[in-house]
Write a protein that binds this ligand. Structure first.
Ligand SMILES: [Zn+2]
Length: 441
């Protein structure tokens, strides 16, 4: 009884706090409201499951979890389902608590919860909330200072998986680490059989490839390598190899969209995805696999893909100073290298890098990201944010002529300067993006 009172008290206080924050016109208050909620009622999330009638879907992975979970939620909504979803990339426990605290009402029920979860927080989330599905997009090197090595992250996820007796997994077959998660569970796989680039596609080179080791320690070999460790891998020592796909697909990548053909139980279905880059084709394929697995049809899925707008800066188009601007979040080497392939080299470019906690304090990832792609940039490349100088040094080593690099640590000024003259591409780190949104640029 006391527990239930705590829960309702947390709900009421969370809403008052949220309204207070809005009145004061402070930031969106996402983490503060969530923190307060969990302080008042530590097992708040355990009470939330009963507000979801059908399924709880979680999405994790290094890159693409926001886009993938956003697509999954949008597809379900388009199919007339009531969905609760942590839309703004607030994927730690406080962010999830925040969205439930501000959405749950005593007599209202949702059909689905679609929760994007940080890899390291997934196991904590599952302590309170059991999940029906887990979609895992990929595992790359990311913010090493916070999580340690990739294997540690994989262990976090495996622990989390073992806490859910009835969890169904939807896994990327092309990622050799993700594909090891199925040992004890029902799992379905998606992946690309063939990747083709349209002849007009301007940026074909692959992200810098590292050597990826099999669990047995032997280097993996590839018959096809699409980017980073994604592809058709095999180990000549222990025999580990890419899993057969339940939803195999072919993709043709164009400059700002892709066409994906997905096999579902013997039939082929074509989809157009209005997001740039192969990495987004992977995100869309993950969402399509989830949708097919849950009995949705091609028409319902395509309807959602047609009007899906990239959320919260992961490829966002705006007009700034009367000129078009494209904003694309960058946060780790593999993701950044993929984004860099899609940059319009005729545009002005602003790269804004912070090293606050949420960005990861360690900025060595800048050195592993393929900024060499910007060598042929025609206009100025402005570096900005707390680490504007480090970014400028990185560009110098990437072969960009000194006279084309301008350092302006103030993000607002940097963007104002760039957008006075034609199209601009803005590449911010996570908290730099928050800053851009707060300044309402
Ligand atoms: Zn092996």
């Amino acid at each position: 009884m006391i527990k239930i009172l705590e829960f309702y008290l947390a709900l009421i206080i969370a809403r008052c706090a949220y309204m207070g924050i809005r009145l004061l016109n402070k930031s969106s208050g996402t983490s503060f409201v969530g923190m307060l909620t969990l302080k008042i009622c530590p097992d708040f999330l355990a009470h939330c499951s009963k507000y979801v009638r059908k399924k709880i879907v979680t999405v994790t992975g290094t890159n693409g979890k926001s886009t993938t979970s956003g697509l999954v939620a949008h597809i379900l909504e388009k199919a007339n389902q009531k969905v609760i979803h942590n839309l703004k990339g607030a994927n730690m426990l406080t962010g999830v608590a925040n969205v439930f605290a501000l959405s749950v009402e005593p007599f209202k029920r949702y059909d689905y919860a679609v929760i994007e979860s940080d890899e390291a927080y997934l196991t904590k989330l599952y302590d309170y909330m059991k999940s029906d599905y887990l979609v895992v997009t990929n595992l790359f090197r990311d913010q090493l200072d916070r999580y340690g090595e990739l294997n540690t992250t994989a262990e976090f996820i495996k622990n989390a998986i073992n806490k859910n007796p009835d969890l169904k997994l939807i896994l990327n077959a092309d990622d050799p680490i993700v594909a090891t998660f199925d040992r004890t569970k029902y799992a379905v796989y998606y992946g690309f059989e063939n990747v083709e680039y349209d002849c007009t596609y301007e940026h074909k080179s692959n992200a810098p490839s590292e050597v990826f080791n099999c669990l047995c320690g032997n280097p993996l070999q590839y018959s096809k390598q699409f980017f980073a460790q994604q592809g058709h891998y095999f180990c000549s020592k222990c025999g580990y190899k890419r899993h057969k796909c339940d939803y195999p697909a072919d993709v043709k990548v164009f400059n700002d969209y892709s066409v994906i053909t997905v096999q579902n139980r013997g039939d082929a279905y074509e989809f157009r995805v209005n997001l740039a880059g192969l990495y987004n084709a992977y995100n869309a394929l993950a969402a399509i696999a989830f949708a097919f697995e849950n009995g949705l049809n091609q028409e319902e899925i395509q309807k959602a893909l047609d009007d899906y707008k990239a959320i919260f800066g992961r490829t966002e188009k705006r007009i700034i100073n009367g000129n078009p601007a494209v904003i694309q979040l960058i946060k780790n080497p593999t993701g950044a290298s993929e984004v860099l392939k899609t940059v319009d080299l005729k545009s002005n470019i602003v790269i804004a890098i912070n090293d606050n906690y949420a960005d990861g304090r360690d900025i060595s990832w800048l050195w592993d990201s393929d900024f060499e792609q910007l060598k042929e940039a025609e206009k100025l490349v402005i570096t900005s944010g707390i680490r504007a100088n480090d970014m400028a040094t990185r560009l110098k080593y990437a072969g960009i002529p000194q006279e084309k690099i301008l350092v302006e640590p103030n993000i607002k000024k940097a963007i104002e300067l760039a957008t006075t003259n034609g199209k601009t591409t803005i590449l911010p780190s996570y908290t730099a993006l928050l800053k851009i949104n707060k300044e309402k640029l």
